[in-house]
Design a protein around this ligand. Sequence first.
Ligand code: APR
Length: 311
Amino acid sequence: MKATVIGAGNVGATTADVLAYRQIVDEVVLLDIKEGVSEGKSLDMLQASTLSGSQTRFIASTNDYSLTANSDVVVITSGVPRKPGMTREELIGVNAGIVKSVVEQVVKYSPNAILVIVSNPMDTMTYLAHKVAGLPQNRIIGMGGALDSARFTIYLSKALNCSPADIQGVVIGGHGDTTMIPLTRLATYKGVPVSQFVSADVLKQVAADTMVGGATLTKLLGTSAWYAPGAASASVVEAIVRDQKRVITSCVPLNGEYGQNDICLGVPVVIGKNGWEKIIDFKLNTEEQDLFSKSAEAVRNMNSVLSTLSL
Ligand code: APR
């Protein structure tokens, strides 16, 4: 299996590193527009593989898409990250142009690939990728829910003072500080609702911490995070190439599910060799459905900005 990662910055290089370290694919192409970045990082990772025992091959590319040809999966991380105080939404002006041109090149060389979109604002970049790529809709997946759900799980495990492995937590909606919806009502500790162990106030705080999980790290680091985003992106690739049929909250086009149309938003989907294969459409309660509709409204407003940009 061949995976390409576009953008060899913090998130892209970490994604490539996890893909190779865990031997999820046989070959990783790392492509960046900046000369030397993908070459240097690929060489560094190749040298690391002699120590880890990984057999994954690396191909480095400075903007030469012919080297990405016939990839099975392409992860798109190219673009600018946010700085402290910025929202993901503020990146749209720069990143929309980058994502559009990258998707066009990717599809030209790998018409059968499944695309995983990571660049922010991710819900809008996924919507844009669907418009530009002309691929069957199952073959474009926005990665945000996997990361937000991982952060939710960690905050829940801290609140319950338990292992994150025993927590099931799902975050749906947009991948923004104010648009994501951590589903505290449905989170469980080994199948038992977490509300049996912690108070409603604690759960409210867990949800609030989850929503600003990315911003908290951006403030600490001076740029946005990469270890969990890279690991989350690699987990989506793994579900595809190993046809795992895992349920991973991902940003996909909605056609009536959750009461929405003409939008890409985070919902639980089954991921396997065909990309996202099925939307798990379950009944939210009134409060959750209301939050989901508000989230959709905010993402739709962001999508409408696309038509004002000269792309
Ligand atoms: N083609 C290929 N690579 C590009 C292009 C392009 N047109 N434009 C920018 N890049 C590269 C940059 O050269 C840089 O190496 O994308 C990389 C981005 O890396 P970082 O600046 O380290 O950003 P990172 O933290 O990886 O975030 C990338 O993912 O999570 C999101 O919000 C984040 O949108 C941001 C993206």
